[in-house]
Structures are given as C-alpha cells and as structure tokens.
Ligand binder design. Structure first.
Ligand code: KG4
Ligand code: ZN
Length: 356
C-alpha cells in the first residue's frame, strides 16, 4: 500500500489530497478562487498566485487533519502538478512540494495536470464501495477550461492523441459565452443552469465537424452566439460587442440551451465515434466541463448503445482537485518518476503528441 500527498495549484483552485494506491481518497481539500475571480469575470494570474500563497498551508493542514496524518513521513511520496498551467500558480505548489520533500526525505513525483484529469476516473471516495478500474484500450475525453482533446490509452501512462481543439477549449467557450450572455463567472455552471430554464428549444447554433480530421473547434460557435445576441438587441451583428445582460431572461435561457446543445452534440458524437473506431472497451471523461450533466447524459447514452462502460468522476472530481494528482501520481510513482529540488514548472507541458 502506498499513500501519496498530492498538491495541485495550476489554475484557480488550491488543493491538497492524500490518496492511497491511486484510488482511495483519504482527504481532498479544495480552496476555490471562484468568488475572487468573479469580480474581474476571469482569472488574473497575479491574483491567482497570491491566493495560492495565502491558502496553501491552511489547505495542507486541513488535508492532514481530515486524513488523520500527524507526520508526513508516514506517507510514501509527494506528487505535485508540474504543468500545464499558470507559471506563478504552479510555482506555489511546486515550492511547497519541494520544501516538504526536502524536510521529510520523501520522493517527489512530478505530475501532468491533464493526466490527473484522466486518472480522476480511477478515484474512490472514502466510503465508496470497491468498483472495477477502467480497462484498456480506452478512449478518454478531457474537457477543461484550458484544454480539450480525445486520447486513446492502450495501457497506463500511454496516450495517442485522436483529436484536439484548434482554437478555444470547451470550458473557455462556456466561459466566454457566459460573459456574452451576461451570466455570472464561471460560464459553465451558469450556462447549464440557464439552459435548464429554457422553454422553447428551437434555436440552433452551428456545429464545427472539421471533416474527418478528428479536430475540434469552438470559436465559430462563440462568434455565432455573439451575432445572435447583437441581432436580438437590434445592434450591428458585424461590429458590435453586445451586452447580453440587456436580454430578456427567456432569450438568455434559449441561447444558453442552444449553445450547450451544440457543444454537447459535437463532443458526444466525436467521443462515441472515436470509441467505435478504436474498439475501446471503456470510455472515461474528465475536466471541468465533464461536470456538465447534459454532456454526461449524452455520452452515457452513446456508450450504452455501444455496450461500453462510461466512467465519469463525480462533478467535484471533474473540476481541478488534488486527488486526481494523487491518482496519476501513483502511476508515475510506480513507474519510477522522481524529481529533485531543482523541479521547475512546465506551463505548456503537453500530455500527448499527434500520432506521426
Ligand atoms: O478542469 P477545470 O476545473 O480547470 C482547468 O483545468 O481548466 O475546468 C474549468 C472549466 C471552466 O471553463 C468552467 O466553466 C467549466 O470547466 N465547467 C463547466 C461546468 N462546470 C465547470 N462547463 C460546463 N458545465 C459545467 N457544469
Ligand atoms: Zn484542470
């Protein structure tokens, strides 16, 4: 049995977890900066880094308290997000991890944040019954605020890129469209809530199928929403930066619904097609947008038709958290990944390259 301390600070959540064998969560404490960034409608990197500094030690203390760990030397290693993410934010988690590793003599295990989103599918809550692990070959959809891609895994830690966004990430599109519609930050949960209020369902925004390349694109969709908002407000759709907070609530709900449908349709169709093409025995999904109920249901329907299990973490494990770093960190730990005190952030670290 191995237990890892896991530290995540790549974006706007400060989180520390203690995870056993990459599956069982003993503690997973998350301090969210959502309220802080709501004022600016988005993340200001300096503000995020300072908030990580402010919260890192209280979050670490709370994780140890929840897991009943008085001495970190009782653990087996320290996993930390090395990238991708905001440089200043990553640095806070890495500095903490380096310091703790030096102090305790525990091995330091660098983890790719996106690998964490994939491995969240392996996690079990403290009181959750044992359930089978995802089986290979599998197809994984990662949909977060900064990244959107599909990969095939034929084994642990082995990724073949099947497709990725050529412009905005899905979460970024949710956030930008949320702002366009005058909804509170972050856009993802706001749009999901507004869409559920829609009474009429006859608006339709375009889907970018990108031929057979496997690529995804969401920036055209965002432009289509912006024009529709301008038109609705009687403004010039070509040149205007419309203020969606002027729209009637019913129209906002209809547009939120139509936007979400377009994103969900493309992501679900692409994921199911990839699983079919690759002969996947399992589909997993992670990243903040995987918290979206409509997307989860749509992919679950497709997976059921295909006769393949879908494994999606509960919403709190889809958005950024330390436990997912503990899950991926465990696999890296077993594979011998180690870093020393010179560990530095890798803000643009990619998980998978396109197949040659
Ligand atoms: O994975 P994550 O917490 O952070 C990154 O690594 O980027 O993802 C954050 C993104 C945000 O864009 C947020 O709007 C989106 O996930 N999100 C959602 C939902 N909850 C969070 N998007 C759609 N529906 C949701 N329910
Ligand atoms: Zn993330």
């Amino acid at each position: 049995m191995t237990r890892l301390l896991a530290i995540e600070s790549s974006c706007d959540e400060t989180s520390v977890a203690i995870v056993e064998d990459g599956r069982r969560i003993h503690a997973n404490v998350v301090a969210s900066q959502v309220a802080l960034h709501a004022r600016t409608g988005g993340i200001v990197p300096e503000v995020a880094a300072r908030a990580h500094l402010r919260w890192m030690i209280p979050v670490l203390d709370e994780a140890c308290r929840v897991a009943g760990v008085d001495d970190l030397r009782a653990l087996d290693g320290i996993a930390v997000t090395q990238g991708p993410g905001l440089a200043g934010s990553l640095l806070v988690g890495i500095s903490m991890a380096r310091t703790l590793a030096w102090e305790t003599g525990l091995p330091l295990v660098p983890v790719n944040h996106l690998e964490g989103h994939v491995y969240a599918a392996w996690l079990l809550d403290p009181d959750e019954a044992e359930r089978p692990e995802p089986v290979f070959p599998l197809v994984a959809l990662v949909v977060s605020g900064g990244h959107t891609f599909l990969v095939e895994m034929t084994d642990h830690l082995t990724y073949r890129l099947l497709g990725q966004t050529v412009d905005d990430a899905a979460g970024e599109a949710f956030d930008k469209v949320g702002r366009l519609l005058g909804l509170p930050y972050p856009g993802g949960p706001s749009i999901m809530a507004a869409a559920a209020e829609a009474v009429a369902h006859d608006r339709r925004f375009p889907r970018a199928w990108m031929g057979d390349t496997g690529d995804l694109s969401f920036s055209g969709l965002k432009t289509a929403v912006r024009r529709a908002v301008s038109r609705e407000l009687g403004r010039d759709p070509e040149h205007d930066e419309p203020d969606g907070s002027q729209l009637p609530r019913t129209v906002v709900a209809e547009m939120a619904w139509a936007f979400q449908e377009s994103v969900v349709d493309v992501l679900a169709t692409r994921t199911i097609r990839a699983a079919t093409d690759r002969g996947a025995r399992c589909i997993v999904m992670g990243g903040g947008v995987a918290a979206n109920r409509v997307l989860r249901d749509r992919i679950a329907d497709g997976a059921a038709t295909l006769g393949v299990p879908l494994i999606v973490p509960r919403p709190g494990l889809c958005t950024d958290n330390g436990a997912m770093i503990g899950a991926a960190g465990h696999r890296r730990f077993l594979a011998g990944a180690r870093a020393d005190e010179s560990l530095e952030a890798r803000p643009s670290w990619k998980l998978a390259q396109p197949a040659a």
